[in-house]
Design a protein around this ligand. Structure first.
Ligand code: TA6
Length: 302
C-alpha cells in the first residue's frame, strides 16, 4: 500500500475532523496530525513516534533535520519508544539498543476528539512470536493525548505465561535555544549512574547544567522535573511522570554527536537535550503473567 493510500485508509477509518488528520509525510511514512486549540502534535505510525509538539507558538521537541521514516531505523529526535528494554540488552549484545519497537511498524487502535484533548492509541502492528528477544506474549500500547499539555503513556501487558523483566523509556528530545542556557531542576538529591564513567554511582546535589557530554540515569524520586531555558526567549517546561522511578538526562556534545552521524548539523547538539521518563538499571520491573504496567509522562510548557 503506498503512503498516500495508507494515509487515505487511516483518514477514512480514524480521522476526526478538526482534531486528528492522517497524511503521507515527506519523511516517507504515514503521520497522524493532532490539533487542539492552537497546539499541534504529529505522531508517526512507524515506531509510534511523536515527531513534533508545538505549544504556545513554539516547537517544544527537537527533531533531526536528517530524520526519515523509511530508513528502517529509529528516528533521531521527537520521542523514541524504548521497550521492552532501555539501553543495551542485559545479556544479548546482538540485540538492538533500546529494545525492539522504535524501528518497527505499529497500527492505529483508536483516535479520540474530546473537549480537553485530541488523542491516538497505537499498538504493535504484527505478530511478535518470531521476533528475536521479544518476551513471549508481551504487548505494548502507546497513547498520545494533545491538550493543554502533551500526555504520553506506554502500557505493557504481559499476556504470556512467565514473568517478564521490563525496562523502558520515553526517550524525549526537547528543543532548546542553546544548551549553555539550559538548567534542569528537580533531580537534586537523587543518586545517578554516570554512563560516561562505567556507571559510577554519584549524587546530584544541585540543578544540572551542561558544559560537556552528559549521560546519566537518575534513580529514585524523578516524578517532577523542570527544564529551564534562559533563551531568548526564556521558557519553562514541566515533566511530570507516573509509573517511573528513573530519569535519563543526555546531551551527546560535539564528538558523540558527530559519531552518531544523523543529527543533521555539526552544532545540532547545542539545540537539544534529552530528559527521559523511564524505568532503567536498578528500577527494572518484573511483570507477572497477566499483569500490566503503564509508564507515563505529562509535558506542560509555559
Ligand atoms: O538515553 C541516552 C542514551 O542511552 C545514550 O547513551 C545514547 O546512546 C542515546 O541513548 C541515543 O541512543 P541511540 O540508540 O538512539 O543512538
Amino acid at each position: 500500500m503506498t503512503g498516500e493510500a495508507q494515509a487515505a485508509d487511516l483518514e477514512r477509518r480514524f480521522g476526526r475532523a478538526g482534531a486528528v488528520r492522517f497524511e503521507a509525510s515527506p519523511l516517507g511514512g504515514t503521520v497522524a496530525h493532532l490539533t487542539w486549540r492552537d497546539a499541534q502534535a504529529s505522531v508517526a505510525i512507524f515506531g509510534a513516534h511523536v515527531l513534533r509538539w508545538k505549544a504556545n507558538g513554539r516547537e517544544q521537541l527537537w527533531l533531526s533535520p536528517a530524520a526519515r521514516l523509511d530508513a528502517g531505523k529509529a528516528v533521531r529526535g521527537g520521542i523514541p519508544v524504548c521497550w521492552p528494554w532501555f539501553g543495551p540488552h542485559e545479556t544479548r549484545s546482538d540485540l538492538p539498543a533500546h529494545g525492539l519497537v522504535r524501528a518497527r511498524p505499529w497500527r492505529v487502535v483508536e483516535t479520540v476528539a474530546e473537549a480537553d484533548g485530541a488523542g491516538i492509541t497505537l499498538a504493535i502492528a504484527e505478530g511478535t512470536a518470531h521476533i528475536d528477544g521479544w518476551p513471549e506474549g508481551a504487548t505494548a500500547t502507546l497513547r498520545v493525548v494533545l491538550g493543554a499539555g502533551l500526555d504520553v503513556s506506554l502500557e505493557t501487558y504481559n499476556a504470556g505465561g512467565a514473568p517478564m523483566r521490563l525496562t523502558s523509556a520515553l526517550h524525549t528530545y526537547f528543543a532548546v535555544s542553546d544548551i549553555a542556557s539550559v538548567r534542569v531542576d528537580g533531580l537534586a538529591g537523587c543518586a545517578y549512574l554516570d554512563k560516561l564513567d562505567d556507571s559510577a554511582r554519584r549524587q546530584q546535589d544541585s540543578a544540572i547544567r551542561f558544559a560537556s557530554e552528559v549521560d546519566r540515569i537518575y534513580l529514585g524520586d524523578t516524578a517532577h522535573i523542570e527544564l529551564h531555558d534562559d533563551g531568548p526567549p526564556a521558557r519553562r517546561l514541566e515533566i511530570a511522570s507516573d509509573g517511573s522511578r528513573s530519569a535519563i538526562v543526555w546531551n551527546p556534545w560535539i564528538e558523540k554527536a558527530v559519531r552518531l552521524g544523523d543529527m543533521g548539523s555539526a552544532d545540532a547538539y547545542r539545540h537539544m537535550v534529552c530528559i527521559e521518563t523511564a524505568n532503567a538499571a536498578d528500577d527494572a520491573i518484573t511483570l507477572a503473567p497477566g499483569a500490566r504496567h503503564t509508564l507515563a509522562a505529562r509535558y506542560a510548557a509555559d
